[in-house]
Design a protein. Structure first.
Length: 599
């Protein structure tokens, strides 16, 4: 096996400017003979992280993290020593020499070469797809489509958008001629696992996905023509040796310079929204890839950005994602603002309809997260009854919990009290007792008139929720992303969902905790009796159940929409034709989502 030579390592270390390299991740200011900034390895507001240029060393007086430039890159990028050397060498333009050596300290990670080979493959494929989009007749319809969305050729070049040929066997044949082996291609993620000769992406607008350093590591493809009910709107690469979607942000390679300089970042929903921001000169926008925003995504930018802007869609799913993101960002000590778009549901639509200025103004008019949450609470819980005031308070307490400063907590409680007309003393008392109040309120809503010892019948919904009772909180997290207790019709399923949610939110999610919190003896007995039933194939059973519950929610939504359409069409009045059109569009979208779930 080849290893990086000691001479190359010494050359990289001697030529690397540790202040400049660490400064790409942490804003640094000179102080005496050192440079100081806020430590990237623990949360702090007063800088205690020092970088000594002469000694080529960093040290944190708070958490005592210390090391050289290689150690820093290892920690920040989560890579091996050899990979850290290669990353820095690429930054400073040093050509590395490799030798055969048994020295483990300088050993090249076994996966490094394979990662480089797959990055090379994806780079070549992305270049080929880009050529198909920009230069061929086959890709002209895709080019016409993307340019009709207001995307310029300059932006297409920057993001290297492409088109994957409709002939699903073409790519395999092309790459074999370029001397790529069958085994290598089978593990590349570019081909069907069941039918290896068939390309995973075909007849789609392609979005290359870059890592932090600008290497193409994965792909996303947008459906453009054909039967939309038989194909998902977007196909995305799964996790690969060179790509982990949970720790990758789209456009971060382009955005990190502005994020570092402006100390702010925009999180948006997907490729097109992110590209729209960049085209409008707002180059500090990034997006998660095929997954919800996670704490890991936030941590990726937390060392560079002080303020996080959230720009998710204006539909219900987008607003729910905004609320979840606010809590995650606040728990990590970040200031959060919400971009409220008017005249369109997302940045791409705003850019197309109104242009750059309106999108820029929307950012400048972004509101603080507490104002956003309180506005939404007023929509759900108008301040007309004591019950609504109590429910709104409990909902807002989750945000108060996420704040890091006691001053902020107090100020936001005062704001809540002013808006809802609640005395501060009463608010503080309820906040102190919030966990008991929350538990009681949720239980009361579910079984206000039920005996705790009643006989429990196992419905399909209850059985589906029960499959996620494991010690793995990740599975319930996936269920919580897909549905809420309010989506369930069975009261026992709702009750169980609330219990699981309490355990999840308290970071005490386990089978024993769920059983301990269950006060309905009939339900508890069913849970005991069913433990063995769900002990095998837990993960697959849970995922199947989540799909079932999502489908049930959509089926009910479709039935309700169909009722409204029927009522409208049966009416003797002319009615609002625009309203009917919206209902039909809503039903079509629900039909599409149901079809996707059935595939």
């Amino acid at each position: 096996m080849n290893f990086i030579s000691k001479e190359s390592i010494d050359e990289v270390e001697s030529k690397a400017d540790i202040v400049h390299i660490i400064g790409e991740y942490v804003p640094l200011s000179p102080r005496g003979s050192s440079w100081f900034g806020c430590c990237p390895f623990h949360h702090e507001k007063t800088p205690s992280f020092s970088v000594n240029e002469d000694k080529r060393f960093y040290y944190c007086f708070g958490c005592h993290a210390a090391g050289n430039v290689f150690k820093f890159i290892q920690e920040m990028e989560k890579v091996s020593f050899a990979e850290s050397v290669e990353i820095i060498a690429k930054k400073i333009g040093v050509q590395l020499n490799y030798v055969n050596s048994g020295d483990d300290y300088h050993k090249q990670d076994e996966n490094v070469k394979k990662k480089e080979e797959y990055i090379n493959l994806y780079t070549r494929v992305a270049t080929t797809f880009h050529y198909f989009l920009m230069e061929t007749e086959a890709g002209k319809f895709a080019l016409d489509y993307i340019m009709s969305r207001g995307i310029t050729r300059e932006t297409l070049e920057k993001f290297k958008l492409g088109y994957s040929p409709a002939d699903r066997k073409w790519l395999r044949s092309f790459l074999i001629k370029k001397n790529f082996t069958d085994d290598f291609l089978n593990n590349s993620g570019l081909f069907s696992k069941k039918y290896p000769e068939i390309a995973f992406f075909s007849d789609r607008l392609m979005f290359p996905i870059f890592d932090k350093n600008g290497n193409v590591v994965a792909m996303g493809g947008r459906f453009l023509r054909g039967d939309s009910s038989k194909s998902p709107k977007y196909l995305n690469s799964g996790d690969l040796i060179q790509y982990k979607k949970g720790s990758t942000l789209y456009a971060f390679n382009f955005a990190k310079k502005e994020i570092r300089e402006l100390h702010k970042v925009i999180f948006c929903e997907g490729y097109m929204d992110c590209i729209a921001y960049h085209q409008c000169g707002i180059e500090y926008a990034v997006a998660p890839l095929g997954t919800a925003l996670t704490e890991e995504h936030i941590r990726m930018v937390s060392n560079l950005a002080e303020t996080i802007y959230l720009s998710f869609d204006s539909d219900n799913a987008g607003q729910s994602a905004t609320k979840r993101a606010i809590l995650m960002c606040r728990k990590l000590g970040k200031t959060v603002k919400v971009i409220c778009l008017k005249g369109g549901k997302d940045p791409a639509e705003i850019m197309l309809k109104f242009g750059q200025e309106v999108l820029t103004n929307a950012i400048e008019s972004a509101i603080l997260d507490n104002d956003f949450l309180l506005t939404k609470l007023l929509e759900v819980y108008p301040k007309t009854t004591p019950e609504n005031k109590a429910k709104a308070s409990l909902a807002f307490f989750a945000y108060i919990d996420a704040l890091q400063s006691d001053v902020q907590k107090n100020a936001c409680l005062e704001q809540l009290g002013q808006i809802y007309g609640i005395e501060m003393e009463a608010l503080k008392k309820d906040y102190i007792n919030r966990k008991d109040l929350s538990k009681k309120t949720k239980r009361d809503e579910v079984h206000a008139d039920e005996s705790v010892n009643q006989t429990v019948k196992i419905s399909a919904e209850l059985r589906a929720v029960m499959t996620v009772i494991t010690d793995d909180k990740k599975l319930f997290g996936e269920m919580k992303e897909a549905i809420s207790a309010e989506n369930l019709e069975d009261n026992n399923a709702k009750m169980l969902f609330h219990i699981m949610e309490e355990c999840y939110d308290a970071d005490n999610y386990s089978v024993s905790s769920i059983l301990n919190r269950c006060e309905n003896e009939g339900l508890k007995q069913i849970l005991y009796d069913s433990m063995n039933e769900f002990s095998n194939h837990i993960e697959q059973s849970a995922k199947d159940s989540i799909q079932l519950l999502k489908r049930n929610v959509l089926e009910r939504k479709r039935a309700k929409t169909q009722e409204l359409i029927h009522a409208f069409e049966s009416s003797s009045l002319d009615g609002d034709k625009k309203y009917l059109k919206e209902l039909l569009a809503q039903k079509m979208e629900v039909d599409r989502q149901i079809a996707l779930l059935k595939e």
